[in-house]
Every structure is written in C-alpha cells, then in structure tokens.
Design a protein around this ligand. Structure first.
Ligand SMILES: [Zn+2]
Length: 228
C-alpha cells in the first residue's frame, strides 16, 4: 500500500508530532535536555532541506551570559552533544571543544536586544531565502495562519555573513516581529522557547511557499555587486 492510500491517522507516525514538540521543548530546559533538543532540531532542519551541507545554526539561552550553541563546520543533521558549545555574551567559549557557529554574533544580538528571547534559529530554507534574495518581504495578507500567528516578515538590509554588521542589521526588527529575512542570505527566527523559534521558521517557509505558489515573486533575485 502506497503512502497515498494510508488512512489519515498514519500521519501520527511522523517523527516529531506537534504535541510531542510542545512537551519536548518547554520554555525552560536544563542543559542536558537543551542539548538533546538542539540535536533534534538540527536533524529536523537538515531533513526538511532548511540547512544544506553544514548551513544553519541554533542556540538556546541557558541562563544570562550562558548560551548553548551549535558548532561551525558541521552538518546540523549529524551533530552529537559533544560538538555543542556554551559561550558567554561576548562569544567567548565557556564549555566545549568545538568552535561555535560563525553566526553566533547574530544570535547574541537577539538575546541582547530582546529579553523575551530564549532560542534563536538561523536557516537557509529555500523558498523564504528566495524572497530574501529578491528583497521581497512576506507582507501580503493571503494566509490566515500567517496573519494570526506570524505577522509580516521584513527583509533586513544585506550585510556579509558572520559580521557585526549582519548582527546590527536585524536590530530594528527584534522587538516587533517573529522573524526576519536576511537579504541575499536566509532566515532568522527567535522565540521564548525552541519550539516557538522552530514553529516560526516553519511558518515563514510555509508562508513564503504560499506567496510563491500564488504568484507573488514578480521580479528576479537581486545580484550582489561582487567580482567573480
Ligand atoms: Zn547563513
């Protein structure tokens, strides 16, 4: 029997049903549970095609000045807990043997600017990134869930990956939006829990997909001014 013939309840066999995520990632997580959560979300990002190769990064605010984060240079689908690091608010490594993500400046800026944020996810989910490459915000009121649960998703101006300039580029959006598109780069979401940051990322990608399917990508991607 093919997938299409299965009864609807077969969907409860999905690896991480929504109710499971709520139980799995409550707002406050002890360090060991937070590490497991980062591995699970990493696998989810990779399997959904939101983080190709070693793209993407995830962090969780364990306590003031203690941020659990994914390492640089590792596929988010194949991390182990020993690869995770804890950094302070200046991005100095407190625990762990691996180098933290090069985008951690971006994450730290979110925690600095938004005291409600306890989790940050950066990904390159392809359809939302296509809008980011074209400089088009997700701002058309075409989808009920996007209106009610997400709001508009703006595009932050371009800054090179891994720089303080990129971290500064998102500051105007951190208080009033659920996430932001990074021009010519990807997506950034934050939340009061890992669940919320993950849901926001998934909702942004879904919203972008619906925008695309309904014909709201009216211009080509904007090329960066670089010599190749
Ligand atoms: Zn990136």
């Amino acid at each position: 029997m093919g997938n299409e013939d299965r009864p609807l309840q077969a969907q409860t066999d999905w690896p991480m049903p929504i109710e499971g995520m709520e139980r799995l990632y409550p707002q406050r997580l002890p360090a060991e549970q937070a590490k497991e959560a980062l591995l699970q979300i990493g696998r989810r990002l990779y399997e959904k095609g939101y983080a190709a190769a070693n793209d993407g990064n995830i962090s969780y605010l364990l306590a003031p000045g203690r941020v659990l984060a994914t390492p640089t240079g590792v596929s988010k689908g194949f991390m182990t807990t020993s690869m995770l690091v804890v950094v302070d608010s200046e991005c100095r490594v407190l625990e762990g043997d691996w180098l933290p993500s090069t985008e951690l400046l971006l994450h730290l800026r979110v925690y600095q600017e938004n005291p409600e944020a306890r989790a940050v996810i950066h990904a390159h989910s392809p359809i939302a990134t296509a809008f980011a490459c074209a400089g088009i915000p997700l701002d058309r009121p075409i989808l009920a869930e996007a209106l009610n649960l997400l709001g508009q998703v703006p595009v932050a101006p371009y800054a090179a990956p891994g720089t303080q300039e990129l971290a500064a580029s998102v500051v105007p959006y951190l208080q009033t939006y659920a996430g932001v598109l990074l021009a010519n780069h990807g997506v950034l979401t934050w939340g009061a829990s890992l669940t919320e940051a993950m849901y926001r990322l998934e909702r942004i990608e879904h919203y972008a997909k619906l925008m695309l399917l309904t014909g709201h990508l009216p211009q080509p991607a904007i090329s960066l001014a670089v010599d190749l």
